[in-house]
Design a protein around this ligand. Sequence first.
Ligand code: UD1
Length: 343
Amino acid sequence: MSLRKPGGAVLVTGAAGYIGSHTVLALLREGHAVIALDDYSNAQRDVPTRVARLCAGDVQWVEADVRDQATVEAVLASQGVEAVIHFAARKSVEESCRLPLAYYDSNLIGTLRLLAAMEVSGVRRLVFSSSATVYDASQPSPVTETGRLSCASPYGRSKLMAEQIISDVVNSGRLDCVALRYFNPVGADASGKLGEDAATPPSNLMPRICLAAAGKSDPLQIFGNDYDTPDGTGVRDYVHVADVADAHVAALRYLAAGHGSAMLNIGTGCGTSVLQLLRTFTEVTGVDVPYTIEARRQGDVASLFADVSEARRMLDWSARRGLAEMCADAWRWARPDGDRALG
Ligand code: UD1
């Protein structure tokens, strides 16, 4: 018996990236047909094989840049696509300060061309990958979707501008969009066969914890222990990448039901400090993580976590996996003797 859902396929851009690949997997497990598009500029070429090992679903991989409007239009026209999930973007805050034009080109032009291709093809459902980086992080947490917006980097501004462009198209009556503002996605598929594997070295906390734990880097640098938080280290809202992926499936369901558009926080609603995360990591994995205390990182804030009541109310979605699972799954993927080998 086929598990394929009735209706058209879902086009996923940036499908081989970290959140993209876990979302492709979640869609396939739900019986969606998927067209998975990536240019592999910041993703590994073995991702399609990894996804295929985990789920024998209906997926077609297309190598293309989302800015190649003719190719995207051809894909949309030929495959009966009913919705698009748009991840394809550059995502490093630090790099965006050095290469702002590259960020606006990928993140804004990419979104514009995709929207134009969707309009030409008559596809009007979009799930957009946004970020909590659009919030003014100096405001008290938990932050709701109506919280103050302010971006400290070209990356953040590119996400906010893309949200605004999308919102103008929504207001013109040509598009329904659920934009998801992720807090701090971490972890990996529970199989240990799919995880975060960007081409560029990681700057985020969990992948750096894993590198230090594996002895593949210098000790973890903790950026500041003098913040106004319970233990002085930065507090964030870590959310399991599989829960983030499930939020996209829920967003598609919301769009298919004709509920219209929404802008939603995706997190757990819980703040966790760097030291708390390290402690949980060691408890769960049995591995000590060497660290040093360093000066604050420029642009960092003391505390940022989400109010997630809107996502629960509108999508009937909330994160199911806790901090222990996030650490266990991240390490199963990252540890040197782990399960990632395809064999
Ligand atoms: C960062 C980005 C943000 C992006 C998000 C998700 C910055 C300033 N912000 O957010 O725009 O949306 O990632 O990709 O880069 N930490 C350490 N040592 C490390 C790395 C991090 O102590 O080696 C601390 C940070 O100071 C922070 C916490 O860990 O308190 C989380 O850092 P990170 O994973 O980089 O996420 P954000 O700073 O929340």
